[in-house]
Design a protein around this ligand. Structure first.
Ligand SMILES: C[S@@+](CC[C@H](N)C(=O)[O-])C[C@H]1O[C@@H](n2cnc3c(N)ncnc32)[C@H](O)[C@@H]1O
Length: 226
């Protein structure tokens, strides 16, 4: 299957593929996480719009980015039905079309497993977050159990072929390397899914005010360290 055909197939079947997982608990996990979203919110890799119904009144504006055309079409249809006024933009997480410090909250659910360049995507999230901003994530990740992690490595080719993502990324370590500090972290399981995609994390992170900014500027002085 070509990449184009595969991504069209993925988009066309995504909601159906996820239905029993959502009902078995993923929908409640989304709801719990997104209760933390406030102010100007950016969601990356929004897919078909699975989170749209869970944003509450504390959200002032909502922008959802998504790189795949076939997903964007479905996302736009769901925005019209569920949350008119949401801005939808076609963009990858590696190259977000926003100024530095644009958002109070950035949301990523089941995305960092599939981006082409995770360190670059995390740097971009950090760049567009305001200094007081929060990063809300729900991601399936590499298991902390070495035996299961090895099984994930073995099965990753299948996961890549079927759902276009890597099930074995140490995403929480990636966040720490990108300068994020955790406010909360829950290790849980993606319901109704094969063992090798089950390990999941849900949490909230921020960038400490003492950390150098993602663009090289120093927070305390505002000076650019380039
Ligand atoms: C498993 S789906 C998750 C969709 C949605 N976030 C959700 O929670 O249902 C992964 C999404 O990430 C998108 N994606 C793939 N590569 C990406 C990238 N480089 N930047 C941002 N999103 C990407 C895919 O097109 C897809 O919509």
């Amino acid at each position: 299957m070509t990449m184009g055909l595969r991504s069209r197939f993925f988009a066309a079947t995504y909601d159906r593929q996820m239905r029993s997982t959502e009902r078995a608990g993923l929908a409640d996990m989304r709801k719990g996480l997104l209760a933390n979203a406030t102010g100007d919110v950016l969601e990356i890799g929004g897919g078909t719009g699975g989170n749209l119904g869970y944003y509450g009144p504390a959200v002032g504006s909502l922008v959802v980015t998504e790189p795949e055309v076939a997903m964007v079409k479905r996302l736009q249809a769901h925005v019209r039905e569920q949350r008119p006024g949401t801005t939808v933009l076609r963009a990858p997480a590696e190259d977000l079309p926003f100024e530095d410090d644009s958002f109070d909250t950035v949301v990523s659910t089941l995305v960092l497993c599939g981006v082409d360049d995770q360190p670059r995507s995390l740097r971009e999230i950090r760049r567009v977050l305001r200094p007081t901003g929060k990063f809300l994530f729900l991601e399936h990740v590499r298991s902390e159990d070495p035996k299961l992690a090895k099984h994930q490595d073995k099965m990753n080719w299948l996961n890549r072929a079927v759902v276009c993502c890597n099930c074995n990324r140490p995403t929480v370590h990636g966040m720490a390397s990108a300068g994020f500090e955790l406010d909360s972290l829950e290790h849980t399981d993606l319901p109704k899914s094969p063992k090798f995609v089950r390990p999941m994390v849900i949490g909230v992170a921020h960038v400490p005010s003492t950390a150098p900014r993602a663009n090289g500027a120093d927070v305390a002085t505002g000076a650019n360290g380039a």
